[in-house]
Every structure is written in structure tokens, then in C-alpha cells.
Design a binder for this molecule. Sequence first.
Ligand SMILES: [Mn+2]
Length: 257
Amino acid sequence: MDRIAVISDVHGNMPALEAVLADIRARGIDLIFNLGDLVGKGARSDLTIDCCREVCQVILRGNWDDAFVHEADADAALLWYREQIGSERRAYLDTLPNVHNFWLSGMRVRLYHASQEGVYKRVHPWRPPEVLQAMFDNTEFTGFDHPSPDIVGCGDIHAAYMLPMRDINKTAFNAGSVGNPLDMPLATYAILSGHYGSQTPGSHTIDFVRLSYDIDAELAEGARIGLPELNYYAIELRTAEYRGAIKRREREGQSSS
Ligand SMILES: [Mn+2]
């Protein structure tokens, strides 16, 4: 059996990435596929890009990677992150592909960052069946050169899941987030096993790994280099609550007082 580590949404958090890579190495896994969002939020987008380029065989484009390259209306935080990575890494981010298709024990697997519609089109697992089933569609974004997959793997929402869809006999999974998990404050990734590249039916597995890592070290690095919105970032890492929800609560608290 071959094993593939599927990592996503590292978001510049090097202590989390190092914990995940150490775990992957300890298991003897040497295929690592990355579903994008290498950058933004965390302290070291620059080092994260360099490290992932070295260790990942596949790196897909995420919405933050795309915004780092193409967002014309950049706010102060985005400009700070862009400055950190410099022009060569920014040009590299613009080379990242949308999808990766492969066979695993007779199953067609497709990986992408967020959904079949693009990096900015989010799908949560509580959406209606027709929305979830559309995750397997071929679109302009996925291309039309491979048939509809049996298994789709994505990231983007920073929350791991596995979702069998009995009506269509397909499975979607979300690899969770390495560096900015919003389901529980542990660095998360997925492991696929099966015969990589084989069209012969056989067994496969989809597993999830949750790891504690040095959150204090990441926040200390953020403080040292003046990371934007460090206070919100600290709450996200320690409690897994999204900063958008925290800000909304703060606004509501102000308006009611
Ligand atoms: Mn993300």
C-alpha cells in the first residue's frame, strides 16, 4: 500500500508545519500533496513557501495564494504579507495549478482547494445534497480532461471531515488545516492509502491526524516581526474560533452597550 499525506491551509505557521512534517516522516510517508493557502495569517509565509516547495510533490492554488498575486485592492495586512514574501515567491504562487487528478486503488481522486467552481467558492458540509454532489462536477476551473472523480479532497474551511454520499456512491473529504485549524486547536492533516496510480480496484483508507504543536513559538515569532492582527490570530490558534466571528461579537457588544 502507498500512503499520501494530504496537507492544506498551512498559512505561514512554521511550528505547525514542522510538527506535521515530523509526524509524516515518523510514519515513513514520502508523498505529500498540498491543497494550497500556504500564505497569509501566520508569521512566516516566506519560509512556508520555501519549505513546501522542497517537500511537497504537488502544491495547488488556494484563495490566499491567488490574492497574494492578483488582489488589486490590497489592504495594509495583505501589503505586509506581500512585502515579506518578495517578488520571486509571488511569481511562484502564480504558477500553482487548480486541481490534481490521480488513481488510487481503482478510484479516481481529485484534489482542489475549495470547490469545483474555484478557489473563492466555499462549500460547507452542511449544504444541501445537490450542492455537495456538484463538488464532483467538471467545470471550467477543474478542466474537462478527466471523468468525474469518485473521491474529492479539499481544504479551505479549516475543518476536517469525511462525507460519504450514498446516492451517488462518492466520497468527499476535507483535510482540515495545518496552520490555522478552526475545528479544534490542533494541527490537522489527512492520510490516504491505497495503490497510487493503479486503476485496479482494491481497498483504500482516508484517515485524519491531529497534532499539538508549539503555539507559543508561533505567536512569539508573530510578535517579534509585527504580524498584522496578532491578537485575533492568537485567539484563533488557542481556541479555533474564526476571527470574523470574534469581530462580529465585539461589534454587537459595542452596539448593545
Ligand atoms: Mn485557508
